[in-house]
Design a protein around this ligand. Structure first.
Ligand code: ZN
Length: 301
């Protein structure tokens, strides 16, 4: 069993409109935009990072806004929902503000279901298990989501995903309806819900889809150990890729979901000061020559 994974590091999704996406995460959800950069493989598209005050792993939601991509089709083989932790006392106020939003309980935790601008399923879970550092943005800090509580993985078959999650250090805790809850040893965003839904079609990626979910390891040494263990278990894992703010490896899961293992180091304050994080357009060295073109073409945020 792998012992280095501590929970969710970040989740990366696709949007259709950078402005609507930015407004939702920074204004409605009160997250701090901690990085404004471009897709390293397609620099004409933004890569936006929303997180806590400093970009703590376990709080980081990132988006590629592709103008005009079509809406995703929900199904199996994808991350089903993203859940943020909110203080127990705050959930009632959220429910008051989002009157039509569905409320339910899973594993004795109260939840409120919100919908993002591209139809994303975003759940607020009442818990006092906060991750990260509060950002005094536009929301009352007493209400603001405090990092990820969990994410759900929607699959048509559970057996191989169960084996993978156990290999990654996750332990099943119980089943309610279609959902089996897993938890990894670690204090940040340590919960995953495996949602067994053979009744659903295969998901089609588009606006509102999660592209991949990344799991945290402390450093590059731990990442290499995890990489070896995954390869030994038969997974086809990429080489280590430099993503400027972390190091990444990727592999496709049996359930069809793209997993990443990302390092906590070096973090988001490596190329700009902490107090102005996410304000300037940051470009990796290979795309710096495109700055003038990109600044004209990308929508102002
Ligand atoms: Zn990633």
């Amino acid at each position: 069993m792998i012992e280095h994974i501590t929970g969710i590091h970040h989740i990366t999704a696709m949007a259709s409109d950078a402005v609507a996406n930015n407004t939702f995460f920074t204004q409605s959800l009160g997250q701090r935009r901690v990085k404004k950069t471009v897709n390293f493989d397609a620099p004409e598209v933004y890569h936006l990072y929303y997180a806590d005050r400093v970009g703590t792993p376990g709080t980081v939601m990132t988006y590629f806004p592709f103008p005009d991509i079509s809406r995703a089709r929900r199904g199996v083989g994808e991350v089903g929902h993203i859940a943020y932790a909110v203080p127990e006392t705050a959930l009632a106020e959220w429910a008051r503000q989002y009157r039509g939003a569905r409320r339910d309980t899973l594993f004795d935790e109260d939840r409120l279901h919100l919908t993002g601008p591209d139809g994303e399923a975003i759940i607020l879970v009442a818990t006092d298990n906060a991750v990260g550092q509060l950002w005094s943005g536009t929301l009352d800090p007493a209400l603001a989501p405090r990092g990820f509580h969990s994410a759900s993985l929607r699959v048509a078959e559970a057996e191989e995903m169960d084996a993978l999650l156990r290999l990654m250090g996750y332990v099943p805790e119980g089943t309610q309806g279609s959902v089996t809850r897993y938890r990894v040893r670690g204090k940040r965003a340590s919960v995953l819900d495996l949602d067994l839904r053979p009744d659903m079609p295969r998901a089609t990626q588009g606006a509102g889809s999660v592209h991949h979910i990344a799991f945290a390891v402390p450093d590059r040494e731990a990442q290499l150990t995890v990489r070896k263990a995954l390869i030994a278990a038969g997974y086809n894992v990429t080489p280590v890729i430099d993503r400027s703010y972390f190091w990444a490896i990727y592999f496709r899961t049996p359930g069809g979901i793209l997993f990443e293992i990302a390092t906590d180091e070096p973090g988001f304050a490596t190329d700009e000061p902490l107090d102005t994080l996410g304000e300037a357009l940051l470009l990796p060295p290979q795309h710096e020559s495109l700055r003038a073109v990109l600044e004209r073409a990308l929508p102002a945020l």
